[in-house]
Design a protein around this ligand. Structure first.
Ligand SMILES: *[C@@H]1O[C@H](CO)[C@@H](O)[C@H](O)[C@H]1NC(C)=O
Ligand SMILES: *[C@@H]1O[C@H](CO)[C@@H](O)[C@H](O)[C@H]1NC(C)=O
Ligand SMILES: *[C@@H]1O[C@H](CO)[C@@H](O)[C@H](O)[C@H]1NC(C)=O
Ligand SMILES: *[C@@H]1O[C@H](CO)[C@@H](O)[C@H](O)[C@H]1NC(C)=O
Length: 527
């Protein structure tokens, strides 16, 4: 890199890992008074909702209010029968006060009436739907907002953003019964996803199980002073703890019985609700949805929905988004920027997109594990430096070394995402990590207010007990609430994935990634 850079300062705003930054930049505050307890604490009680316990023993009201945002109707698992659960085949919906013609900018209301497998009306809420209005001809889509009446009925509301035809689509992702299983397993079995630790010394090697906490075993405890986080591995038989060299995904434990599996089975998960409703017709109106939007910057009011697709282009309803259809436009936007991406593989997709899109942005091979990084790409002529690396453990990855820090410069774009590897733990685990990130970011923006800090939201895709859209959504709610009022922009990948015509997947397809990256660039180079 023949680029003159001021590496002298320790500031190196470069967040090497989220955890690294937390350590170096940590200051009390974060706008709020969150005081996370030691991680150890969360696992003391494995028999009930750890988050609930957390309230009672340690809570500050702010913390409790955050967790309260994730409340979902409670069901007692003991009383459940499969035939009583919500059936995607029997459930129906219809458009309320249907008209022949609608105008752009109006809304459409749809009432969903849930039924069980015997065709009986359900009398309680808690089902998890994803809804969209779409047109395959126009490659258009917009997500709907769902209100749970708590009596078996749900109201889905759609904005009508384009003229022409639009078809309602309602998907039952999980029944309320399945949600009860997800919630129970999330809180009771934090070790359902486990990891391997590789210990090596003088030609001897051993592999043991690792996690945030290993219960009931003699362990090696790795205290990350940087993060205040603890990582534990079962103590190897012969080797010392400090011979720990590598980390990898271990496996998934079966934590559900056959009844619970039936609630989560493919025959009832992620199914369209059948309907005979024909498409609605929408005509142009004089009202423009985007004429009054501000340029993209931090602290903008969120919008529901956050945007819509038309001809496969995402139009943000939060701010004036741009499309960078030519590599030169994206390159010009990124000129002189140091971009630090920290997160998971869904953020790595952004790195990969830009690397492929901008020919002059070339990869420097650091000979490190691709799944954890760091990955580095530079455009020497334009002074663009772009990095991606995985967030700290837990991380479901192939064998990877624990990596130390890298350096960088003070004028930066920091892009973070943090969720997919936390879905299987109690919410409090995520909260704790989030609070640390939040404090680090706050401190970073105090030191270096020009820094653009972007947080990519969760996207849809998972549908199992180890990771599910519902579990992701819960984390996302916490993330959005924690960053509210801070100089952090949340990029809404959720809406962008939930209403696209491509099938849901944890790694969204190329048109979605292009639109996500365009939105990111819109914030980096507002116009
Ligand atoms: C579950 O946890 C509570 C404390 O929250 C404790 O009083 C109770 O004995 C525990 N039950 C079992 C079965 O471990
Ligand atoms: C949680 O939310 C409910 C409903 O919004 C409210 O009634 C309750 O007081 C809240 N609890 C806490 C601890 O904030
Ligand atoms: C549930 O409540 C809503 C709103 O009060 C109402 O419109 C709907 O008809 C109710 N559904 C049933 C099945 O009673
Ligand atoms: C839109 O505005 C034009 C004049 O500016 C007017 O003639 C037309 O009737 C308006 N259309 C609607 C649907 O309001």
């Amino acid at each position: 890199m023949n680029r003159s850079r001021n590496i002298s300062g320790i500031v190196l705003c470069v967040i090497v890992t989220i955890t690294w930054v937390s350590y170096h930049l940590l200051t009390p505050g974060c706008g709020k008074k969150y005081e996370p307890p030691p991680l150890r604490w969360y696992f003391n009680v494995l028999n009930n909702s750890i988050a609930t316990d957390y309230y009672q023993q340690h809570t500050t009201t702010e913390f409790a209010e955050l967790l309260n945002l994730t409340r979902w109707p409670d069901l007692s698992l003991k009383e459940l029968k499969f035939t009583d659960s919500t059936s995607p085949k029997e459930t129906q919906y219809h458009i309320i006060n249907k008209r022949d013609l609608y105008k752009v900018g109006e809304t459409l209301d749809v009432l969903i009436t849930t039924k069980d497998h015997m065709g009986r009306l359900k009398t309680y809420g808690g089902d998890f739907f994803q809804t969209k209005l779409h047109s395959s001809k126009k490659k258009a889509g917009v997500p709907g907002q769902v209100k749970d009446y708590g009596n078996g009925s749900y109201l889905a509301t759609f904005l009508l953003p384009w003229s022409g035809e639009a078809q309602v689509n309602i998907r039952l992702i999980h029944s309320s019964e399945a949600i009860a299983v997800l919630k129970d397993k999330r809180d009771k079995y934090p070790e359902k996803v486990y990891f391997n630790g590789y210990f090596e010394s003088l030609g001897v090697s051993e592999v043991t199980e690792c996690n945030l906490k290993i219960s009931g075993k003699n362990v090696c405890e790795f205290n990350d002073p940087a993060a205040g986080e603890i990582w534990q591995c079962v103590r190897p038989k012969t080797l010392p703890c400090d011979s720990w060299r590598y980390h990898s995904m271990g496996g998934y434990r079966q934590v559900t019985n056959s009844l619970e599996n039936s609630f989560l089975s493919g025959s009832v998960t992620d199914h369209n609700i059948p309907s005979s409703e024909p498409p609605v017709n929408i005509v142009q109106s004089n009202s423009s949805l985007t004429s009054k939007l501000p340029v993209c910057k931090t602290n903008l009011e969120p919008s529901l929905p956050s945007g819509y697709y038309y001809e496969d282009q995402w139009t943000s309803l939060v701010c004036l988004g741009q499309h960078f259809s030519k590599p030169d436009d994206a390159r010009a936007c990124l000129r002189g920027r140091d971009i630090y991406m920290f997160g998971d593989s869904t953020l790595r997709q952004w790195f990969e997109y830009l690397e492929q899109f901008i020919p002059s942005l070339g990869r420097i091979d650091l000979h490190l594990n691709y799944q954890s990084g760091p990955l580095l790409a530079v455009d020497p002529d334009y002074g663009i430096v772009m990095r991606w690396r995985a967030h700290g453990l837990p991380l479901r990855t192939t064998k990877t070394a624990q990596i130390s820090q890298i350096g960088g410069g003070p004028y930066t774009v920091v892009v973070i995402t943090l969720w997919a590897h936390f879905t299987n733990y109690p919410l409090a685990v995520y909260l704790q990590r989030l609070v640390r990130v939040c404090k680090a970011v706050e401190s970073l923006s105090t030191r270096s207010p020009q820094t653009t800090v972007l947080f990519k939201s969760a996207n849809t895709g998972y549908k199992t007990v180890y990771g599910s859209d519902w579990l992701s959504l819960q984390l996302d709610i916490l993330m959005r609430a924690a960053f509210k009022g801070m100089a952090v922009t949340v990029l809404d990948a959720w809406d962008m994935t939930s209403c696209h015509y491509l099938p849901d997947g944890i790694h969204p397809g190329p048109p979605v990634i292009r639109n996500e990256v365009d939105l990111m660039l819109s914030y980096i180079c507002p116009k």
